[in-house]
Design a protein around this ligand. Sequence first.
Ligand SMILES: [Zn+2]
Length: 110
Amino acid sequence: MEKHECEERVYPPGNAFHHYQCGKNAKSYENGKWYCGIHNAEAVANRKAKSDAKYAEYSRNLDEKNRKHKEMQKLLKAAEKWMDAQTMHHTTDLYNACTTYFERKIVIPD
Ligand SMILES: [Zn+2]
């Protein structure tokens, strides 16, 4: 079988202006071009699926973080109210109280 080189254009990281041809031994012929094992449509799709999954996981984690942050904010507000009622105004007291409430997951009534 005749040898072909991968025709995919490759951009070096951080350089969108210069590219070169991949040039690895081609393994498949798709849409009028030769592609190596890295640049064929299936491999590209697989990598995209992987990175999409990673992104989905990342945004799930971000949602969870935001949710926790909101919960913490709520607790902080509640704790602040409670502090006012207790006439405790020292920052350390407030911090300790919040930490304690958050860890024990005690719901402070409004
Ligand atoms: Zn290639």
